[in-house]
Design a protein around this ligand. Structure first.
Ligand code: AMP
Length: 400
């Protein structure tokens, strides 16, 4: 690691201002429906407490758009964190201001203050509109730690601009460190053969990553909703499947780049298609030569594709997977995604999964423990692999 990590900081007796990702999903009653993001921040939190530091934690939750909104209060997170740590967590009613500063100053070693939602202030996402916001936040700690990988691709006050107030004292938390090492290893010297499996619905968010990965990989597998833009580029009939006209040329460029490098660009060989985008719609399997019938749509990779890809993937030493290969949320069409997840879990390769829906599919199958790394940030992991760096990482102090 070129950047400072939590292990490099002199924590004893200090207040550690830590950016965490408590952007947890809430149900209709405002209860936390999945607390894995809180759980993921515990190693860094416990480390600080065990070493005689106090903690000022800060996070955003949802999109309150710069205004206080009780619906997005971090109160449920304070309660859940307190239960997990079995010690009190003080909730500040605002993330800046005199009262909050006083609370932060009064913290004793081992105590925790959680600031209210950062995005209740416009200055968090739009620093130019409220330049004082970041300096007020910075007053709350002696040391700064960023453990919120999921928002590291955003240049916001608490993820990026704040670091300048902590020269030689801005460090990566353990979660952030793990993400940088796991994703960084894909870009630097991955063990070959290295395959990338890319699915999901949006070509626009993945084309850049694929282009950056092509020089590094030995094979590409494209499935899910984005595959139809590629299949159409190769003149197969796709009916009313997802199609991104604006990305047609990106699809062609990717197919050409793979050909030029001499690596296979695997597209589905067969598909499960449906008469409608519903779980109980009429469905059948078609080969791509036969194509998607007029008025029907592709819902995922077919059984022949699943078999061939599952076998092919066993040859890899490194695999990156992002994006479901079928509409896995509908049980009738989950098979393609689940079968590939199983094949990856079985593989001896180092498999890194790029967050979001692919991780959700793995968790639904109870296969989480079988993977080298499940990224906690979908967008952040894709941008890291596309650009090789992120604003939230760049801002941290260099080790030297
Ligand atoms: P993304 O956010 O781009 O990774 O897209 C994830 C979404 O892609 C999931 O909600 C999947 O249901 C969806 N998806 C996967 N395969 C297909 C498909 N064949 N047609 C439409 N959506 C799909």
């Amino acid at each position: 690691m070129e950047k400072l990590t939590l292990r490099d900081l002199p924590i004893k007796g200090k207040r550690v201002l830590m950016r965490v990702d408590f952007n947890v999903p809430l149900d209709a009653n405002g209860q936390i429906s999945d607390d894995s993001r809180i759980a993921a921040s515990l190693p860094s939190i416990k480390y600080v407490l065990d070493r005689g530091g106090s903690l000022v934690l800060m996070s955003h939750l949802g999109r309150p758009d710069g205004k206080p909104n009780r619906k997005y209060s971090l109160a449920p997170c304070a309660k859940r964190l307190s239960e997990k740590l079995n010690r009190p967590v003080i909730l500040a009613h605002d993330c800046i201001g005199q009262e909050t500063e006083k609370k932060a100053q009064n913290l004793k070693p081992g105590e925790i203050l959680l600031l209210e939602n950062l995005r209740f202030h416009e200055g968090e996402e739009h620093t130019e509109k409220d330049p004082d916001f970041v300096s007020q936040l910075a007053k709350l700690g002696d040391l700064y730690v960023n453990d919120a990988f999921g928002t590291a691709h955003r240049a916001h006050a608490s993820t990026s601009f704040i670091a300048q107030f902590f020269p030689h004292r801005a460090a990566a938390g353990f979660l952030m460190e793990r993400e940088i090492l796991a994703l960084g290893s894909l870009l630097q010297n991955p063990k070959r053969p290295f395959y990338a499996v890319i699915g999901g619905s949006k070509v626009s968010t993945k084309a850049g990553v694929i282009k950056n990965l092509i020089p590094r990989i030995d094979g590409l597998f494209i499935g899910g909703g984005m595959a139809y833009t590629f299949l159409k580029a190769k003149s197969f009939s796709i009916g009313k499947s997802l199609y991104d006209e604006a990305e047609g040329s990106a699809a062609n460029e990717i197919i050409e780049a793979a050909k030029k490098k001499g690596i296979p660009c695997h597209l589905p060989l067969d598909l499960i298609v449906a008469s409608d985008f519903r779980n109980d719609a009429e469905s059948r399997i078609v080969s791509i030569e036969e194509g998607v019938p007029e008025g029907w749509q592709g819902m995922g990779i077919g059984p022949k594709t699943t078999d061939i890809w599952s076998t092919e993937l066993q040859k890899a030493s490194t695999i990156f997977w992002n994006g479901p290969l079928s509409v896995f949320e509908m049980p009738s069409f989950a098979k393609g995604t689940f079968a590939i997840a199983e094949a990856l879990a079985r593989s001896k390769a180092t498999v890194v999964v790029g967050g979001g829906d692919s991780v959700a599919a793995i968790q639904m199958m109870g296969l989480g423990g079988k993977f080298a790394h499940l990224s906690t940030g979908g967008g952040a992991s894709l941008e890291f692999l596309e650009f090789g760096h992120l604003p939230g990482i760049d801002a941290l102090s260099d080790k030297k």
